[in-house]
Design a protein around this ligand. Structure first.
Ligand SMILES: Nc1ncnc2c1ncn2[C@@H]1O[C@H](COP(=O)(O)OP(=O)(O)OP(=O)(O)O)[C@@H](O)[C@H]1O
Ligand SMILES: [Mg+2]
Length: 222
């Protein structure tokens, strides 16, 4: 049983903003075949996984087949959002294990937990990652990887190299302009396209998250 706000509270502001984000994303990636999207944020606790899980669910609700991969080796996992068996996950597959993505409980949405590396090699550096992601892209309309914070880990850049682009999730009241500049520079230097920036946790009276997302999206279209 999934525990996503877009399922349990589909009419609240958060869920509505997520659907708007989904539609902006669709417009942005309409000409990309089998898009692969990375999500990250500057810091832990910014709400990246919450946003990503709900976005993936909203994409599934729209009828598109979506795979959500947990690519955060040190994160809390997807257990708060989906009930799933612990099957070794993405890392086990990279290491050669026979593991499949599992159903999330939401129509059209499969999930792949992250898992724990066995060896002392960084799993995302493996050349197998490229083939695996290519395979997943062919099997779904869209693949999304939730990753570690970009200011704390190289993983968003390492995985982002294989992606169509990245969505950055900022937490209202918890980011400096400097964070955004450093994140942008890191991504631009690696040739990773920023396809959207979201301000999560905006209080209704402060700002309209829809506007913020649109503003960034327009900026990145140039
Ligand atoms: N818009 C929101 N409104 C209320 N609570 C939120 C919102 N977004 C996230 N949270 C809460 O904030 C906490 C951190 O969120 P989340 O785990 O998604 O962050 P994260 O950026 O993925 O962190 P980590 O890097 O540790 O994985 C969770 O308890 C989550 O329920
Ligand atoms: Mg997370």
């Amino acid at each position: 049983m999934a525990k996503l706000w877009i399922e349990s509270e589909p009419l609240n502001k958060f869920s509505d903003a997520v659907r708007t984000l989904r539609e902006s994303l669709f417009a942005h990636i309409s000409d990309i075949e089998n898009p692969l999207i990375i999500t990250s944020s500057p810091h832990r606790g910014d709400g990246c996984t919450t946003l990503t899980a709900n976005l993936a669910g909203a994409i599934g609700q729209s009828g598109k087949r979506v795979l959500l991969i947990d690519g955060d080796l040190n994160g809390e996992g997807l257990g708060d959002y989906f009930q799933h068996e612990s099957n070794g996950g993405f890392v086990k597959i990279i290491e050669g294990g026979d593991v499949q993505a599992v159903s999330s409980g939401i129509e059209n949405l499969d999930i792949l937990p992250c898992g724990i590396p066995k060896g002392n090699k960084h799993p995302f550096d493996s050349p197998r990652v490229i083939d695996l992601l290519q395979k997943y892209r062919k099997g779904y309309d869209i693949v999304i990887i939730d990753t570690a914070p970009i200011l704390e880990s190289s993983d968003p850049v390492v995985l982002g190299k294989h992606a169509s682009g990245i969505i950055l999730v900022f937490r209202a009241g918890n980011f400096q302009r400097e964070d955004e500049l450093v994140a942008r520079e890191l991504l631009e230097r690696s040739g990773i396209k920023i396809i959207g920036a979201v301000i999560n946790g905006v209080r209704e009276q402060d700002q309209d998250p829809y506007y913020t997302y649109q503003r960034h999206l327009e900026m990145n279209r140039k």
